[in-house]
Design a binder for this molecule. Structure first.
Ligand code: ZN
Length: 224
């Protein structure tokens, strides 16, 4: 079973998004027996839908996402965080949500490609958090990793705290744990589709200081 056309894909993506939002509501509330059963059913449906969407992507990738190639600079401030350089969505503080039309800032970039893709640490640093889908800590981001670095990112000659964040990782592929020190370019996980995500991709954020929605900067300034 797979999505045969774009219309069908959008239907699946819609249903997936609604199901995931419903799961988040369940996750944050006390449930009666009926709701628990409903949640189990929904979880099953979500993994089914992810499979449909993925199957569609693997055969018709270029129909709905325009490929955009970047040139890699080995001397870039940050190491390119994925094994593919196909960037499908850029940093945008005024982005409209593709389905609901609601205004929703995108404080990172998305890098997407089906198949086995790998995620690398953007710089030497320390693992300060590892998240699991539905652990309630970083809702919507699925399995994710947060790293902290001490580097001179803005080029003023002084090192500052910089946080990088890697989201929607493939469950059970995380190679690091809290407290680990990682090297620049070290493999930390595999690209996935966990959390609120409608196709396999890495959502990558860079923050000046500790993670907060207010201090995100455009990763393209440092990886291109
Ligand atoms: Zn994103």
């Amino acid at each position: 079973m797979k999505a045969d056309n774009l219309q069908q894909l959008e239907k699946y993506q819609n249903e997936l998004e609604n199901a995931q939002e419903q799961l988040l509501i369940y996750q944050n509330n006390d449930l009666n027996e009926q709701m628990k059963q409903e949640m189990i059913k929904l979880n099953k449906r979500v993994s089914e839908l992810k499979g449909y969407v993925k199957a569609y992507e693997m055969t018709q990738t270029n129909i709905f996402i325009k490929q955009q190639l970047v040139k890699l600079d080995p001397n870039a401030k940050l190491y390119f965080p994925a094994s593919t350089t196909r960037i499908t969505s850029y940093f945008d503080n005024n982005r409209k949500h593709p389905i609901t039309g609601e205004n929703k800032a995108h404080i990172g970039i998305d890098i997407a490609m089906p198949g086995n893709q790998y995620i690398f640490a953007a710089e030497k640093g320390k693992v300060i958090d590892v998240y699991k889908e539905y652990d309630g800590k970083m809702n919507g981001y699925g399995d994710a990793i947060m790293l902290e670095h001490k580097i001179d990112l803005d080029g003023d000659g002084q090192k500052e705290v910089v946080t990088t964040f890697y989201a929607h990782l493939m469950p059970e592929t995380t190679q690091v744990k809290v407290g680990d020190v990682v090297d620049r370019g070290q493999l930390i996980a595999q690209m996935g589709n966990s959390g609120i995500s409608t196709g396999q991709h890495l959502h990558f954020e860079v923050h000046i200081g500790k993670w907060s929605k207010q201090n995100a900067v455009d990763p393209m300034l440092f990886i291109n």
